[in-house]
Design a protein around this ligand. Structure first.
Ligand code: SAM
Ligand code: DTB
Ligand code: SF4
Length: 335
């Protein structure tokens, strides 16, 4: 017979378990999308104000450091070698040219500089060269971001050691719609690169595109994938499809602008501390819809007259827009 008074269990003091982040179901996210517009925006604004100054927007400038000729077949992309879009393939830019562009962006007021390359996956020697570009941009005091395709073992660490702050790698759409848009890689390939980036301690920039023919559940499905990454991305770019002649999605019907605003609001509610970036598609959007996006919680834009190969509002138009709204660009971070 055991004596409960004499048996003492000496367990080590339990470590407080890390609080798991709540998981979002696709259904719960669909319910957010179905809220009346004023209710949804109120909720998004409440979350935004708990986490950010709602009057500030971050300016990030993009530069295509290696353009066109990509071996992937992403149906939205003007840089895929599979489509005739008139984009000429070029080699990787030299550090001096990139430095000059980064300086111009900084002088115009950008605080983050993002370098994009039309690669499926960079080779070891490409990573060495991009690491040099990262060192150059970082030395100017800018935040650095790169988007180079799928990374292999060790690549994220090399970029981190060169001073890379963020890696952009988008999930683009819901898992069940992915195969309709891209056939040369699968969703798991994307998730694998995202884990490599996370494990290397580089911050994650990951979002997607709306307006590719996805249905409402698939839009919620993309948000669920993003919000359930643990932790969720620090930056979430929401792109409105830029319809480029020659790509399979060139004739896709544009979405209702209010649905785009809803996407921003739902990203804000489900990822409260992330920078939600109003990304591609601003040139086609108009000032009033952009202002609604800021009210819905977007607090970052791509700043500069070009995205990677397509157009973007010119810098003066953005400065004027923020000024008309009584808003400000975020101040550069202390380095
Ligand atoms: N090749 C790398 C990759 O795909 O990860 C990096 C560059 S790629 C151009 C970066 C992202 O741009 C894509 O993931 C996609 O979300 C976005 N993008 C490309 N073409 C677009 C378009 N026409 N409209 C909106 N977003 C687009
Ligand atoms: C992101 O989500 N959008 C940017 C950035 N990340 C690299 C790219 C948008 C590209 C739009 C079409 C083009 O100019 O190629
Ligand atoms: Fe290549 Fe990136 Fe364009 Fe896809 S999105 S075709 S991977 S450059």
């Amino acid at each position: 017979m055991s004596n409960e008074h004499t048996i003492t269990l000496h367990r080590p003091a339990a470590k407080p378990a890390a609080k798991p982040e709540p998981r979002w179901t696709v259904e719960a996210i669909e319910e957010l999308f179905q809220l009346p517009f004023p209710e949804l925006l109120f909720r998004a604004q409440t979350v935004h104000r708990e986490n950010f100054n709602p009057n500030q927007v971050e300016f990030a400038t993009l530069l295509s450091v290696k353009t066109g000729g990509c071996s992937e077949d992403c149906g939205y992309c003007p840089q895929s070698a599979s489509y005739d879009t008139g984009v000429e393939a070029s080699k990787l830019m030299e550090p001096e040219e990139v430095k000059a562009a980064a300086l111009r962006a900084q002088q115009a007021g950008a605080t983050r500089f993002c370098m994009g390359a039309a690669w499926r996956s960079p080779k070891d020697r490409d990573i060495e060269k991009v690491a040099e570009l990262v060192r150059t941009v970082k030395s100017l005091g800018l935040e650095t971001c790169a988007t180079l395709g799928m990374l292999n073992e060790g690549h994220a660490e090399q970029l981190r050691d060169a001073g890379l702050d963020y890696y952009n790698h988008n999930l683009d759409t819901a898992p069940d719609f992915y195969g309709d848009i891209i056939t040369t890689r699968d969703y798991q390939d994307r998730l694998d690169t995202l884990s490599r980036v996370r494990d290397a301690g580089v911050k994650v920039c990951c979002g997607g595109i709306v307006g590719m023919g996805e249905n409402a559940t698939q839009r919620a499905g993309l948000i669920a994938e993003l919000a359930n990454l643990s932790p969720y991305p620090e930056s979430v770019p929401i792109n409105n499809l830029v319809r480029v002649e020659g790509t399979p999605l060139a004739n896709q019907a544009p979405i209702d602008p209010f649905d785009f605003v809803r996407m921003i609001a739902v990203a804000r509610i489900t990822m409260p501390k992330a920078r939600v970036r109003l990304s591609a598609g601003r040139q086609q959007m108009g000032d009033a819809v952009q202002a609604l996006c800021f009210l819905a919680g977007a607090n970052s834009i791509f700043y500069g007259d070009k995205l990677l190969v397509t157009g973007n509002p010119d810098t003066q138009a953005d400065v004027d827009l923020l000024s008309r709204l009584g808003m400000n660009p975020s101040a550069p971070h202390a380095h």
